[in-house]
Design a protein around this ligand. Sequence first.
Ligand SMILES: CC(C)(COP(=O)(O)OP(=O)(O)OC[C@H]1O[C@@H](n2cnc3c(N)ncnc32)[C@H](O)[C@@H]1OP(=O)(O)O)[C@@H](O)C(=O)NCCC(=O)NCCS
Length: 144
Amino acid sequence: MVAVSSGEIIGAASGTIVDSLEQAPDLPGPVGLIRLAAVRADSRRMGVAFQLARAVGGDCLRRGASSLAALAWVYGGSGACPLAGVLERLGFSRRERLRDFYAGVGIGACPQCGCDSCSCSADVYVALSLSEETGTPLLVEDGG
Ligand SMILES: CC(C)(COP(=O)(O)OP(=O)(O)OC[C@H]1O[C@@H](n2cnc3c(N)ncnc32)[C@H](O)[C@@H]1OP(=O)(O)O)[C@@H](O)C(=O)NCCC(=O)NCCS
């Protein structure tokens, strides 16, 4: 999914639906997994990632996912996890940290940890709360 402003792509996010998630076997499957989100540097802190993550999660639910999870990049250098606030506002909670998750991914040095074999981690976020009416996970309704 992409975000477009004035005819230009300013952000993108992707998701997939998996039968189950190894890191959260208690999540009812199929699980909609938000894999990444990236927003152009000059368009950040305006809610674009929030809208993208909500749209990808919502799309997974419409396509049959029973629960949601997300992988959030944790920068090896600073330990920052810039997507954490977005996911928490959408109702996700952090489950566990996967060390060296991105090792062997990409070509050349990672822009955050600086390593050729990336030493950044990923945090697994899950959305477990279920709507009493629909039995589906809740995604907040507006950007707050
Ligand atoms: C992480 C990333 C996708 C976030 O994109 P974004 O569009 O800036 O995200 P949002 O605007 O939805 O939210 C980011 C912050 O801006 C704040 N914000 C949102 N709208 C705002 C506004 N109108 N005014 C001020 N701040 C605002 C949010 O509260 C949030 O704050 P928090 O991080 O303290 O919780 C972006 O920084 C990025 O592409 N980083 C590089 C790639 C990366 O690390 N991707 C994560 C991979 S999982």
